[in-house]
Design a protein around this ligand. Structure first.
Ligand SMILES: Nc1nc2c(c(=O)[nH]1)N[C@H]1C(S)=C(S)[C@@H](COP(=O)(O)OP(=O)(O)OC[C@H]3O[C@@H](n4cnc5c(=O)[nH]c(N)nc54)[C@H](O)[C@@H]3O)O[C@H]1N2
Ligand SMILES: Nc1nc2c(c(=O)[nH]1)N[C@H]1C(S)=C(S)[C@@H](COP(=O)(O)OP(=O)(O)OC[C@H]3O[C@@H](n4cnc5c(=O)[nH]c(N)nc54)[C@H](O)[C@@H]3O)O[C@H]1N2
Ligand SMILES: [Mo]
Length: 762
């Protein structure tokens, strides 16, 4: 079977009446995503990069004359691959001999494409490592706060985003009450990093409902509640979930409805938390009335749900979005404390979970394919940043930042190379990032389209789309392996990253070390054989390639994966967690010992600078939420038919409550401007009575397209979001703590503007 595999699923390749290739849903996928069906339309899109391009004054005057001021403002000149490879190799050599390899930033965060071999970051990092190394980055935008917090609270086994949740079949069989803070945004489950052959999350949620699992969703928007029976939506102010959780903890304490024996055996630090709950030091009882005043949830509701969490076999799920906020560690820690008090942790399908439906894999009862990656080699440079500190890194050479109990020195970055990520999609405060991006001497970007990041480069290397190359596609959280076979040739002048880097490696004199004398087919066979060594039941490579896919345990009843919390609960001494106490740390001496002002020893409510209760809210009246887009993957496929079709007048949609729309005197479809001291962005109003008044929802992924006045016509919420970290512990991204104002927009819409705004490439 001819298959093409992506982060949003696997597609069958066929031919249309006009003889052109087209994508069709994969026959084995019960719930295929529409998102990718139009992927091939991007192949000859006008914004495609078709040749290596160099910014004119960089090419003519070199990296030091004029530095980066023209970046993002000047035109590009096409060069051939030999010239481009020579420029890149010379520049790498110059920077490393003048400043040392730590002056090269190659962190390159981003999702790139599915596929084990053409993995953009691995390809680049392998090349940079052979060139002496680079300053790197750690953690993710997805799970930045939780990924640092949870190893302290639950142990090092719980760093990965998908490892805490019980499996869906255990939930369906055993759980009676599923409480979701941040809800279950099912459009997100279309996606899986590394791909999948089978979308199942929606089906599992339905099965839970059929079995009578009651679902309660706390969210500022009703659309986070799934359709179907037994669902209750409770609106709350953004960023206040931890106050609700703490109010529930107080309720359980006050009413004596908590599992004292579990807390004693399996947790540590409850006493300190208890003292906080009753207000021993500050005189404030963190009761339901207190939580209600912060969150807007009626006190009776908080008490009722708290009692139910204790009385029924319950599971508390927290969406990842909650930790993409100021003090984003707190709702995760709070949920663990609350679930521990209910006493259901370690009971089948109960306790706590993080990110059910955030991606397809969380909770899937499958054996996972942990396969070999394309080897990046070793990086001799020790400098790194937590991934979301990129602006500070560029702004503040020689500076220092706190991180997880350490102090990190920020090297002086002279060369920046990004491949497989789009910081002008993903990072916060994009106008500030643009200034920071003008500081290094050279910026190189490997991309397939003229993203805002590519436009900010000096050297742009054009990259083949994933449908223009063969790859072995598998996710380490899934049981599907797909042979993704090229659908068409890339345009002349465009290479797969690996091929481009072979040319550069050749100029650097490390060609053999880079490609090990293997052609791409050899690499694919080599990677696949790595899987077969671990899973001997897989077919041989030629059979796999001709069938197009292989599935672990195909056709068998999914084995329920072992739930470590069950054995821990049964015998915490024999099967301890890998925390200092061996138990769940409701208070953490380690975190306390760091002495950070923005995270303490136990879960607590801390007031973000930007939320609806902040003094700043009298100036900027809306809390802006920026969830994941339903019709594309981040900024990818923005020009695909699904994403374009979801726009209104060519604009991204911002969703408002009817009350706010009335007050702003805007109607459905009107253009409006969202603004704060960081930027201005245009979007089209969509009115939804499910949105809480005071909240505006603008999904991510619109392409940052500032006009001459700095107004973004692409609808990217990160024009407005702050770079503030969740805390000094994680230094994680926190875009969901953002206040903004809104007014009607009377200027021209993006359709009229678009032509004028295209700058850079000809
Ligand atoms: N406000 C706000 N901001 C957010 C979030 C939020 O919730 N709110 N969420 C954050 C999260 S969780 C994430 S994960 C990030 C995602 O941010 P990114 O991962 O940076 O977003 P993508 O658009 O997926 O960027 C990947 C880029 O890689 C390119 N690419 C694809 N394949 C290849 C390849 O083979 N080679 C090369 N060289 N390039 C390739 C694509 O064209 C694309 O431009 O955004 C973060 N930003
Ligand atoms: N279609 C599609 N799916 C995707 C992606 C994509 O780009 N497109 N990206 C993928 C990636 S990289 C990731 S990391 C995951 C992210 O998965 P999540 O982080 O779970 O997803 P989000 O869409 O950011 O947020 C989910 C919901 O959280 C709610 N929310 C935000 N702030 C608060 C709050 O303070 N309190 C409460 N109670 N609710 C709040 C919002 O209403 C939002 O709808 O999604 C993945 N899935
Ligand atoms: Mo993410």
């Amino acid at each position: 079977m001819h298959l093409f595999a992506t982060h949003f699923g696997t597609y069958e390749v066929g031919f249309g009446a006009n003889g052109k290739p087209l994508l069709m849903p994969f026959r084995h996928d019960p719930d295929p995503s529409e998102m990718g069906l139009g992927y091939l339309a991007l192949a000859d899109h006008p914004e495609r990069i078709r040749a290596p391009m160099v910014r004119r004054s960089w090419l003519e005057n070199g990296p030091l004359a004029g530095m980066g001021v023209g970046r993002g403002r000047e035109e590009f000149v096409a060069v051939d691959w030999d010239a481009a490879a020579g420029l890149v190799a010379d520049e790498l050599r110059r920077v490393r001999s003048t400043y040392g390899n730590q002056a090269i930033f190659g962190g390159s965060y981003g999702w790139a494409s599915a596929g084990r071999f053409h993995h953009a970051q691995s390809q680049l990092k392998r090349l940079l490592n052979l060139a002496g190394g680079f300053t790197s980055s750690v953690n993710s935008y997805s799970y930045g706060a939780a990924g640092v917090l949870l190893p302290h609270i639950l142990g090092s086994d719980y760093k990965d985003a998908c490892d805490t949740a019980p499996s869906w079949n255990d939930i369906a069989e055993n759980c009676e009450l599923l409480v979701g803070f941040g809800g279950f945004r099912l459009t997100n489950a279309q996606v899986e990093a590394g791909g999948t052959g089978s979308h199942r999350a929606g089906e599992w949620l339905r099965r839970c409902q059929e079995r009578g699992v009651r679902i309660v969703v706390f969210s500022p928007t009703a659309s986070d509640a799934p359709p179907g029976p037994n669902v209750r939506h409770i609106p709350l102010r953004p960023n206040t979930d931890v106050a609700v959780m703490i109010g529930m903890c107080h309720t359980l304490l006050d009413e004596g409805l908590f599992d004292c024996e579990f807390l004693k055996r399996c947790t540590t630090g409850f006493g300190e938390f208890e003292s906080y709950l009753i207000g021993e030091k500050d005189g404030i009882a963190k009761d339901a009335a207190w939580a209600s005043a912060i969150s807007g949830v009626p006190a009776d509701t908080i008490i009722e749900i708290a009692e139910d969490l204790h009385d029924y076999r319950s599971l508390i799920n927290v969406a990842w979005s909650l930790q993409r906020a100021r003090f984003g560690e707190q709702p995760f820690w709070g949920a663990i404390a609350l679930a521990s008090m209910t006493g259901h942790v370690g009971r089948k399908g109960c306790g706590f979970a993080f990110g059910l439906t955030a991606v397809n894999s969380v909770g899937q009862p499958v054996r996972r394919l942990k396969g070999p990656a394309f080897d990046q080699g070793k990086n001799p440079v020790r400098h790194f940043i937590p991934v979301a500190r990129i602006t500070e890194l560029l702004e503040n050479p020689g500076g220092r930042i706190d991180y997880d109990g350490r102090v990190l020195g920020l090297p002086d970055i002279r060369l920046l190379w990004w491949a497989g990520g789009n910081p002008f999609h993903h990072h916060q405060d994009l106008n500030r990032l643009a200034e920071a991006f003008r500081r290094p001497e050279t910026v190189i970007v490997t991309e397939n389209m003229w993203t805002a990041t590519a436009k900010m480069a000096d050297i742009v290397l054009p990259s083949a789309f994933p449908f223009e190359r063969d790859d072995v596609v598998a996710s380490s959280r899934d049981n599907w392996l797909v042979y993704s076979r090229r659908v068409m040739e890339p345009p002349e002048g465009v290479l797969a990253d690996h091929e481009a880097y072979c040319l550069i490696a050749d100029k650097l004199g490390c060609c053999e070390a880079f490609d090990e004398n293997r052609c791409i087919d050899d690499w694919l066979a080599h990677i696949y054989e790595g899987y077969r060594e671990r899973y001997p039941e897989l077919p041989d490579f030629p059979s796999f390639r001709s069938r197009g896919f292989a599935v672990l345990d195909e056709g068998e009843e999914a084995p329920a994966p072992a739930d470590h919390f069950q054995s821990f609960r049964d015998n915490p001494k024999a099967v301890p967690l890998k925390t200092p106490s061996g138990r769940i740390e409701i208070a953490s001496g380690t975190i306390g010992s760091f002495g950070y002002p923005d995270i303490g020893r136990h879960p607590a409510w801390m007031e973000p600078e930007e939320w609806l209760g902040a003094p700043l809210a009298s100036q900027y009246r809306f809390h802006l939420l920026s969830p994941q887009p339903a019709y594309r993957l981040h900024g990818q496929l923005e020009y695909g038919p699904a994403s374009q079709g979801a726009k209104l007048k060519g604009c991204e949609r911002v969703t408002l409550s009817p009350l706010d729309a009335k007050e702003l005197a805007v109607e459905d479809g009107d253009l409006c401007e969202l603004y704060n001291e960081r930027g201005r962005v245009i979007a089209a109003v969509t009115i939804d009575e499910g949105v809480m008044p005071g909240v505006a929802v603008l999904p991510t992924g619109g392409w940052f397209r500032p006009d001459g006045d700095g107004v973004d016509h692409g609808g990217n919420p990160n024009t407005l979001t702050p770079i503030t970290a969740a805390s000094r512990l994680s230094q994680a991204t926190a875009p969901n703590s953002c206040l903004a104002s809104i007014r009607a927009w009377r200027g021209p819409g993006p359709e009229q503007q678009h032509e004028d705004l295209m700058h850079g490439p000809d």
